[in-house]
Structures are given as structure tokens and as C-alpha cells.
Design a binder for this molecule. Structure first.
Ligand code: GLV
Ligand code: MG
Length: 308
């Protein structure tokens, strides 16, 4: 994990067709905000929403949230125009494009090429705008390594549970909850771990998708805790009330963060010439070695990024 790790503990979804909701989102403490042109926007409202998004992005009043736009997927007729209009008009104010329903690397490569042309044509830094592929079906999961490595622009792998459940015929309509009749643990475990392994293998962030019962913050917290415990970096939030819970759940606990800093200090001292140049050292009753240092580095980087 590099020192430029930008937290995405909370990723707020905002319909791109609602100027009012976009204006409200500007001041919210989500780590990332994505303005949606896909499923939260009716097809007939799509064209107007592109303009609304481009205007809103270029205006003042944003915090330091990561700013992202979700375009429509490449099987529709809208993707190229979504990208051309939004990035052409507001590319300098945008951090990444969220690309839904990615089945294989070609969808990421197509977006990469289009972004490069728009960046060149508009005098923007080439390669700065990232890509966040959404894994939302069986074919996407099967091709996940190729998707993660399809472009240096890929910054995250994002789980889309609603579309995923639909695509595999999972027997539930409650997104984020276990299917009725399944009593063998977490029905999503394989999918989540596959996404996490690919993210870690290729050095990008792993982001969990939405929890749809937006009034039940405790249930949201439970759902977030499951993926935070595995090692995911953050989760979508669909309503401002879920932001604080996501920021909390995906930040390291204070005692873990303090311990991580202690391990790093102790390790640095004892492995230096002044400290005896040892490989494994004692910290209290615990023996720490290079692997402990790596685990501590992850927690420390996340904690520092979260302002601890
Ligand atoms: C999000 O896009 C989902 O399908 O869950
Ligand atoms: Mg989806």
C-alpha cells in the first residue's frame, strides 16, 4: 500500500439527474461520491443528467471527496456519449469513471482508449482519470484478474451485489442479506474473497456494494462489518445516514492503530544497527518479524489516511 492511499471507506451514490441531491452531497463527509448515469437514472433522463453532472462538477463547493461518475455499460448505446460529454466538459474536476457490468478486460481497455483521446484533446494530464470496474456477474468474476490488470487506470474493484444476485439467479430480493433457506454461512463469501484476492494481487482497492435497507443503520453496520473484517477498503452508501457508520467500520480501531504504530517504531529501532540489527524482535510478550511489520503498515496507512 503506497503513501498516496486515498481512503474510500464510504462511497456515496447520488443520482446524476438530481441537482438538489448533488448539491447536498457536496458537503457530506463521504470519502468518495459517485454521480450516477446508470441504474439510478431513467433512460429518458440520461441526456439531461450528463449536463447536470458536468455543470455540478465544474462548480465550487466540493470537499476533498474522490469525485467519480458512473457511466452506462458498453452493451448500451449511451456509454461513449456519457464519457465524452462528462469528461470533455468536466474532466479536470473528475477523479475516476465507475464502469458497471464489466465482463472482461476489453470493456476496461475501450474506456481507457476513449479517456486517453479526450484527455489529449482537452489538454488534460493523460492517464490521471482512474477506472473503477464493477464486478456484477459470473463472467466478470471469472475474468477478474484480466479486468484488474487491463489498464493502469484501474484503482478499485467494486462488487455490485444487486446485479450479481440477479445474474446468478440467487434466490433473494433483499440486497446484502442471505438468501432464504441458506444456512451454511455467508452465501457471498466466495464472490467477496475472489474480488478481494484480485484486488490485493494487483494492488487496487476492494469496495463492497450497497445495502438497500437504508433506514436500518444497524443492519448496514453489520453488513459493512462482514467485508471490513475480510479486508475490504470501503462500501457504498445510499443515504447520508450510512456515511458515518461506513467511515467508522472501515477505519482501523484506535487500539489497533496505536499498536501498529508501536510495532513499526519497535521494528525500525531493533532492526537498525543502533538497535542491534536483529530480524525478529520482542514487543512486550509478542515476537514481531517482517510479516508483522507488513500487517502493521496496512493498518497504519489506513489510519493515517483516515486522519487518526
Ligand atoms: C450495484 O450496482 C449493484 O448492482 O449492486
Ligand atoms: Mg449494478
Amino acid at each position: 500500500m503506497s503513501s498516496v492511499y486515498r481512503p474510500r471507506r464510504s462511497v456515496l451514490a447520488v443520482p446524476g439527474s438530481s441537482r438538489k441531491m448533488i448539491d447536498k452531497a457536496k458537503g457530506l463527509p463521504a470519502d468518495e461520491i459517485f454521480l450516477d448515469l446508470e441504474d439510478a437514472v431513467a433512460p429518458l433522463a440520461n441526456q439531461e443528467a450528463r449536463g447536470t453532472i458536468a455543470e455540478a462538477l465544474a462548480e465550487d463547493g466540493w470537499g476533498d471527496q474522490i469525485k467519480v461518475v458512473r457511466v452506462n455499460d458498453w452493451t448500451t448505446e449511451w456509454t461513449y456519449a456519457d464519457v465524452v460529454e462528462v469528461v470533455g466538459r468536466a474532466g479536470a474536476h473528475l477523479d475516476a469513471i465507475l464502469l458497471p457490468k464489466v465482463p472482461d478486460a476489453s470493456h476496461v481497455q475501450a474506456l481507457d482508449l476513449l479517456l486517453t483521446q479526450i484527455e489529449k484533446a482537452n489538454g488534460l494530464e493523460v492517464g490521471r482519470i482512474g477506472i473503477e470496474p464493477q464486478i456484477e456477474n459470473a463472467i466478470g468474476l471469472t475474468n477478474i484478474d484480466a479486468i484488474a490488470t487491463a489498464s493502469p487506470r484501474v484503482q478499485t474493484l467494486v462488487f455490485g451485489p444487486a446485479d450479481f444476485m440477479a445474474s446468478i439467479n440467487m434466490r433473494t430480493l433483499v440486497v446484502g442479506e442471505q438468501p432464504d433457506g441458506y444456512d451454511r454461512g455467508d452465501a457471498y463469501h466466495h464472490i467477496l474473497m475472489t474480488i478481494l484476492m484480485a484486488a490485493r494481487a494487483h494492488g487496487v482497492q476492494a469496495i463492497d456494494g450497497p445495502y438497500l435497507q437504508i433506514r436500518d443503520v444497524e443492519a448496514f453496520r453489520r453488513s459493512a462489518q462482514r467485508t471490513a473484517a475480510l479486508g475490504f477498503d470501503g462500501k457504498w452508501v445510499l443515504h447520508p445516514t450510512q456515511i458515518e457508520a461506513a467511515n467508522d467500520v472501515f477505519s482501523p480501531r484506535q487500539d489497533d492503530y496505536d499498536r501498529a504504530e508501536l510495532i513499526l517504531d519497535a521494528y525500525e529501532f531493533h532492526t537498525s544497527a543502533a538497535g542491534g540489527g536483529r530480524g525478529a524482535v520482542m514487543l512486550g510478550d509478542e515476537m514481531i518479524d517482517e510479516a508483522s511489520r507488513k500487517m502493521a503498515l496496512v493498518i497504519s496507512a489506513k489510519g493515517r489516511a483516515a486522519g487518526m
